[in-house]
Design a protein around this ligand. Structure first.
Ligand SMILES: Cc1cc2nc3c(=O)[nH]c(=O)nc-3n(C[C@H](O)[C@H](O)[C@H](O)COP(=O)(O)OP(=O)(O)OC[C@H]3O[C@@H](n4cnc5c(N)ncnc54)[C@H](O)[C@@H]3O)c2cc1C
Length: 390
């Protein structure tokens, strides 16, 4: 490898580690700085559409994750009040053939752990924990990253992958703070023997309620069930490890169908995430600094696509650098390629959230429309998302 200053990646989450792998695979030295004292992910599940699974293949990470991943066969949608089945999105072998990649459910720690192992195997990647970006400066021939301990790091370019509350984004583009949506997501994991047996099957259950919805699917090769409850809430602390209260969730779902009430009564312990959003940005890069993942385009979790998009960003960014050979031009071209797609996904996800949470007569109209929509047409609506990179 030629003597080059590294590309600095701020943030060692799913997006940051994926970017490090993709850039190093193209021959660039990379230095990842992560604020936390160790690399870790919270205990919860994550769905990876065929577009995300394909990116993991390109990054050489898919084989490391495959043993614990669940190949999902369908997303079954229910009315959460009556418990009646509304529609099913078929995801089995035919969808896998259609998109050329599987639809996976994984544990976040397994995904993050697989990305980390791949990083550790690449000579060109340096990983540093307990180092937080505090300030950034782009000069004509490089970047200077000021850390919270006062030390400066120098690089050929900077990728801000520091999440939805990105410190770097707000310095690069003032007045781009994310807004609280007024909703939270509470998550719990159940050991398979404690879960209703039908819910451990390789499928997603999606239950729609007025101002709320519940999602569940198995993870860790079927040994655990992941449950997420999204509802109106005013808990808005900027962290992803708040504790949710059992009583609060049971009270809010008191009018739900019996199967759903029984499910949310099991866990006892929940963790809570506040949901934040940001309008699509007009630019992602300024000089030699660019944004990636949630820092660039936080996506509400009503399409289960945020992590897959961060993986797509990582692969596109590295391809762009390999093609342009020059950081400034590469960052610009990457942003131009990615912004229309991520903006469309942000809008579609937000719209999905509104549809999921309808109440009164609109809820009944939605149910009728969903019941009458053929499965093939339902799936075709997602082609533009799942076919990416084919
Ligand atoms: C309830 C919920 C469910 C979801 N479900 C799905 C799903 O099923 N499928 C899917 O694809 N996506 C899903 N998502 C979205 C997905 O979790 C995110 O899009 C993804 O984690 C973004 O990864 P990231 O690396 O961009 O950011 P993060 O995961 O937020 O990583 C940012 C990293 O930067 C570090 N950091 C922060 N500040 C600094 C700093 N100043 N200096 C250095 N490091 C810093 C943080 O410690 C962190 O490690 C869901 C999101 C939520 C909230």
């Amino acid at each position: 490898m030629k003597e080059r200053r590294p590309i600095i990646v701020a943030g060692g989450g799913i997006g940051g580690l994926a970017a490090a792998i993709a850039l190093a695979d193209k021959g660039w030295p990379v230095e990842v700085i992560e604020r936390a004292s160790e690399f870790r992910e919270i205990g919860a599940g994550i769905q990876l559409g065929p577009n995300g699974a394909r990116m993991l293949e390109a990054l050489g990470v898919a084989p490391l994750l495959a043993p614990s991943a669940i190949r999902l066969t369908e997303i079954a949608v229910y009315d959460g009040l009556s418990g009646s089945h509304l529609a099913s999105l078929p995801l089995g072998a035919s969808a896998e053939e259609r998109y050329g990649a599987p639809y996976w459910a994984v544990h976040r720690a397994d995904l993050h752990g697989a990305l980390l192992r791949r990083c550790e195997d690449i000579d060109g990647v340096r990983l540093r924990t307990g180092v937080a970006l505090a300030r950034l400066q782009s000069t004509p021939d490089g970047v200077i990253v000021g850390t919270e301990t006062g030390k400066n790091l120098q690089g050929a370019g900077l990728v801000l992958a520091d999440g939805v509350w990105s410190t770097g984004r707000c310095q690069l583009f003032p007045r781009t703070e994310a807004r609280f949506l007024g909703k939270t997501a509470s998550r719990a994991l159940l050991a398979a023997p404690d879960a209703p047996p039908s819910m451990i099957e390789p499928r997603v259950g999606l239950w729609l309620l007025p101002h709320a919805h519940v999602v569940h699917y198995p993870v860790k090769a079927g040994s655990q069930l992941n449950i997420v409850v999204i509802l109106k809430d005013d808990w808005m602390e900027q962290r992803w490890d708040g504790s949710g209260e059992q009583v609060f969730i049971e009270e809010r779902l008191a009018s739900a169908a019996p199967a759903l009430r029984e499910l949310v009564a099991i866990p006892g312990q929940w963790g809570r995430w506040p949901l934040y959003e940001l309008d699509p940005l007009k630019r992602w890069s300024n000089g030699l600094v660019t944004l990636l993942g949630d820092a660039a385009h936080p996506v509400l979790p009503f399409l289960a696509q945020g992590a897959s998009l961060a993986l797509e960003d990582a692969v596109t960014l590295a391809d762009s650098l390999a093609r342009q050979g020059d950081v400034l031009a590469a960052w610009q071209s990457y942003g131009n390629q990615r912004r229309p797609r991520t903006a469309r996904l942000q809008a579609t996800s937000k719209r999905n959230g509104r549809i999921y949470h309808l109440s009164g007569p609109s809820r009944l109209a939605r149910n009728l429309a969903m019941r009458n929509l053929p499965a093939a047409r339902l799936l075709a609506q997602y082609d533009w998302i799942y076919e990416f990179g084919r």
